[in-house]
Design a binder for this molecule. Structure first.
Ligand code: IDP
Ligand code: MG
Length: 140
């Protein structure tokens, strides 16, 4: 295994319910280190670009509206096998299918308002981190 970095977003359903600290505790308890973090209000253009891979999906417009419905917390998580590890800590996209103890099982409201985003592979992690952070903002 290697030390990796992955992009995480705490989504508006979670910031609205003041869950940032509880979610961060899941990452830290799961062996990941928060090496960069900032709270942002995404613009519509930013959300559309970030989720561009899903542009043709039926849920795209609703997803963009949801992601700009309140503040988000964007983060870089670092640790052994961080990309896969974070996906495990998050749980399945649909909270109905998420395992016990995962963030989405405990906190998600729906398949859309599912509390967290996490990069899905090394190439997307690098792109997504660069989308939100400059090198000097990440302190490992
Ligand atoms: P992921 O976040 O687990 O990687 P993706 O398939 O990449 O899941 O979908 C991105 C986001 O789009 C999900 O986290 C969720 O917010 C939303 N989404 C995915 N599938 C659906 C759906 O069927 N209906 C509504 N929203 C969805
Ligand atoms: Mg995804």
């Amino acid at each position: 295994m290697a030390v990796e970095r992955t992009l995480s977003i705490i989504k508006p359903d979670a910031t609205r319910r003041n869950l940032t600290g509880k979610i961060n505790a899941k990452f830290e308890d799961g062996g990941l280190r928060i090496v960069a973090q900032k709270r942002l209000q995404l613009s519509k253009a930013q959300a559309e670009q970030f989720y561009g891979v899903h542009r043709e999906r039926g849920f795209f417009n609703d997803l963009v509206s949801f992601m700009i419905s309140g503040p988000v917390v964007v983060q870089v998580l670092e640790g052994e096998n961080a990309i896969l590890r974070n996906r495990e800590i998050m749980g399945a996209t649909n909270p109905a299918n998420a395992a016990e103890g995962t963030i989405r099982k405990e906190f998600a409201e729906s398949i859309e308002a599912n509390s967290v985003h996490g990069s899905d592979a090394a190439d997307t992690a690098a792109q997504e981190i660069a989308y939100f952070f400059s090198g000097t903002e990440i302190v490992g």
